[in-house]
Design a protein around this ligand. Structure first.
Ligand code: CAA
Length: 246
């Protein structure tokens, strides 16, 4: 069988880079989208010098026409998308009583509407070929809420609502749809949280440390093989024990 094609949105970020590396090591052909060409090419060159070939396609996932064009570009370069990892995400933290409409809309558009924008162009092909893997990278804060993250928690909880509906609609087509909910991982996004606030958060993690991006990439890889075909609609927490609910 030819190696499967995986599209990882936001692949140039902290968790995204680890997912790309793990999938390439696993023998998948991997693509990611970008908005800033210069930054993306520099990242691609670094990946290449580390021994990882990643295909790039231009497109802002918060914009439907751009996301659709990006998917078609990936298909032209690598072939049909078998695996989609909806990983792209941003934070615009702030307490709700001070939150601007832009802070709300930016996060909903990039973290949640993107899931529609990228999944819609790949789903018909997966259904026709009767195989697919779709994974949402949500967050512990979509499960438990977080002070200062009404926008982010709403988007991340919404991603799992999407997962469990799409899982039902596509189970008969060999497509599994699952969520991975990372806790606090040592990426630029988490390091942007003020140090005193971050220290209080780390104190609540039973493992006593932030997670590693590759610990999330490992959780993602669990859903990909054929043996995982019975696992759909699941939400896999990978958070060092910080939250053990749904
Ligand atoms: N519970 C209760 N009170 C809290 C609190 C909490 N968790 N966090 C802050 N407060 C209180 C403060 O003690 C302070 O109280 P006083 O005014 O009585 O002293 C008050 O809230 C501060 O409120 P402000 O509205 O003035 O907030 P601020 O402008 O200082 O900033 C914040 C607040 C932006 C929320 C800041 O606390 C922050 O950045 N928090 C971290 C949010 C966070 O966890 N983001 C995660 C980013 S990483 C990520 O999202 C990845 C992932 O998936 C995990």
């Amino acid at each position: 069988m030819a190696s499967r094609v995986a599209l990882v949105t936001g692949g140039t970020g902290g968790i995204g880079t680890a997912i790309c590396k793990r999938l390439i090591t696993g023998g998948y052909k991997v693509a990611t989208n970008y908005r800033n060409e210069e930054k993306a090419r520099a990242w691609q060159a670094q990946m290449q010098s580390d021994g990882y070939e990643v295909t790039l396609a231009k497109g802002d996932v918060s914009n439907y026409p751009e996301a659709e064009a990006m998917v078609r570009d990936v298909e032209r370069q690598l072939g049909p998308v078998d695996i989609l990892i909806n990983n792209a995400g941003i934070t615009r933290d702030g307490t709700f009583h001070k939150m601007t409409p832009e802070q709300w809309q930016d996060v909903i558009n990039t973290n949640l509407n993107s899931v529609f924008n990228v999944t819609r162009p790949v789903i018909e092909g997966m259904r026709a070929r009767k195989w697919g893997r779709i994974i949402q990278i949500s967050s512990i804060n979509g499960q438990k809420g977080q002070y200062g993250q009404a926008n982010y928690a709403a988007a991340k909880a919404g991603m799992h609502g999407f997962t469990i509906s799409l899982a039902q609609e596509n189970a008969k087509f060999g497509i599994t749809v699952n969520t991975v909910s990372p806790g606090y991982i040592g990426t630029d996004m988490v390091m942007a949280v003020p140090e005193d606030v971050r220290a209080k958060i780390v104190a609540q993690i039973p493992t006593g440390r932030l997670g590693e991006p590759d610990e999330i990439a490992y959780a993602v890889s669990f859903f990909l093989p054929d043996e995982a075909g019975w696992i759909t609609g699941a939400n896999l927490s990978a958070n060092g024990g910080q939250y053990m609910g749904w």
